[in-house]
Ligand binder design. Structure first.
Ligand SMILES: [Cu+2]
Length: 427
């Protein structure tokens, strides 16, 4: 309601100003004055008002800096973040200097060179030196900014050290899933064809390939079931449904051929890479250790998302069909940051920074940075199987329950099963 009233007041204000201008024009006409003949008094008033506007403009900018801090970013919580902040500050200083300089010249000149009776404007069409200065100086400044920016970008996206812990962040509409590389510090391979409810990240092992094949062949929406339905002389289908089922079957037959190829190429020695990976549920907290190097690998299941860690000064797009990466080293624990900010509720976050769909705003993950002893304790709990707390261990070996999957879901959960509309005919 308040917004509406403010809007109405603004619109009425604009109309009032327009009417005033119109009245002024009419009164000039009545006094038999040409429109372009502006009295000196008016010119001086306008020049002074421009100067007043400039001062108010400058004062409001300074007030915003005083009120919200120089950048409003807060302290960087990663090692490279200090450098990023330095670069951002450098940019900001350049912008501030240019802002004050150009606006002071603009409004100052309008005041200084206000029209004076009998003085003609100086004709100044071109000057090579001036052209050179305002082309070369911005070019040099931009080159310096870009070179410095590229240098830090390359540092952040370069290969991480051997000791860096590998973490995969898997994005989909609308959540994040964390996979850590486990004891061997290598992330297991994956293949999208293995995606199912039990293996949402589609990790590649002898067993997951076999399960996907079994499910594709024998599940209730699998190839056998589809063939049996289509070949059943007692079933009559709506033609559209029949076409859908034929298409579905053809797609699944293509898929199963690819799965068999995958199986033939797979080497069981690679299983170990994936088995010790630690896979969390979607939206589970991301735990990091202070002072530890990390390499983040990003994947997307559906559309482009963007992994944004504002406090660590890091952001990277997650792109379907390819892996993107960057690295950083947290430098302040959550506890320390809470003390610094005098805010016991503070948490680091990972957010999606790309409008990716209707629930984009929900796509965030709490990030907790622990000190080394606390982190080691946490890591032991999630990486080592303890019969007393079997669910605490999140290794793929434990979650996927080596023997058999907890709930065999179809490998292809998007399949359109036309079973509901099948009409059973009494023959
Ligand atoms: Cu997103």
């Amino acid at each position: 309601m308040t917004k509406l009233i403010v809007l109405i007041v603004i619109i009425l204000g604009v109309i009032a100003v327009a009417q005033l201008v119109r009245m002024y024009e009419l009164s000039s006409k009545l006094r038999n004055r040409r429109e372009e003949d502006i009295p000196n008094r008016d010119n001086r008033l306008n020049a002074t008002l421009l100067l007043v506007f400039m001062l108010a403009f400058f004062a409001s900018v300074l007030y915003l800096f005083a009120e919200y801090g120089f950048t409003g970013r807060g302290e960087a919580a990663s090692v490279h973040g200090k450098g990023t902040d330095w670069l951002m500050d450098l940019n900001l200083w350049i912008i501030i200097a240019v802002f004050f300089l150009t606006n002071a010249l603009l409004f100052g000149f309008a005041f200084k060179y206000v029209r004076k009776p009998g003085v003609r404007a100086y004709w100044f069409p071109h000057d090579n030196r001036l052209e050179l200065v305002w082309t070369v100086v911005p070019a040099i400044v931009l080159a310096v900014i870009i070179i410095l920016g590229l240098r830090s970008w390359n540092e952040q996206t370069d290969h991480a050290s051997k000791e860096a812990i590998r973490i995969e962040l898997f994005s989909k509409q609308f959540d994040w899933t964390v996979r850590m590389s486990g004891d061997d510090n290598t992330l297991g391979y994956f293949d999208y064809k293995l995606t199912n409810d039990n293996n949402p990240m589609a990790l590649l092992t002898t067993k997951t390939i076999q399960d996907a094949i079994d499910s594709m062949e024998n599940s209730s929406t699998g190839i056998r079931a589809l063939e049996a339905k289509l070949n059943n002389p007692k079933l009559i289908f709506v033609p559209e449904d029949h076409d859908l089922m034929v298409k579905d079957l053809a797609r699944k037959e293509r898929m199963i051929r690819m799965l068999y190829q995958l199986k033939a190429r797979h080497n069981s020695a690679l299983d170990a890479r994936a088995m010790d990976d630690i896979v969390f549920n979607a939206n589970d907290t991301l735990f990091l250790c202070k002072g530890q190097d990390y390499e983040f690998n990003f994947r997307s299941k559906d559309v482009i998302h963007s992994a944004y860690f504002p406090h660590f000064r890091a952001q990277m797009n997650t792109v379907p069909g390819q892996t993107t990466r960057f690295k950083f080293t947290p430098s302040i624990t959550t506890k320390e940051m809470r003390e610094k900010m005098h805010n016991p509720m503070f948490n680091y976050v990972l957010m999606c920074n790309k409008i990716c769909g209707s629930s984009h705003y929900k796509m965030k993950l709490i990030v907790v940075v622990l000190d080394r002893p606390a982190y080691n304790k946490w890591y032991k709990r999630v990486s080592k199987f303890d019969p007393k707390a079997a669910d605490a261990c999140k290794t793929f070996r434990n979650i996927y329950a080596v023997g058999k999957p907890k709930a065999a879901a179809p490998a292809d959960s998007t399949a359109v099963a036309a079973k509901d509309s099948a009409v059973v005919a009494a023959m």
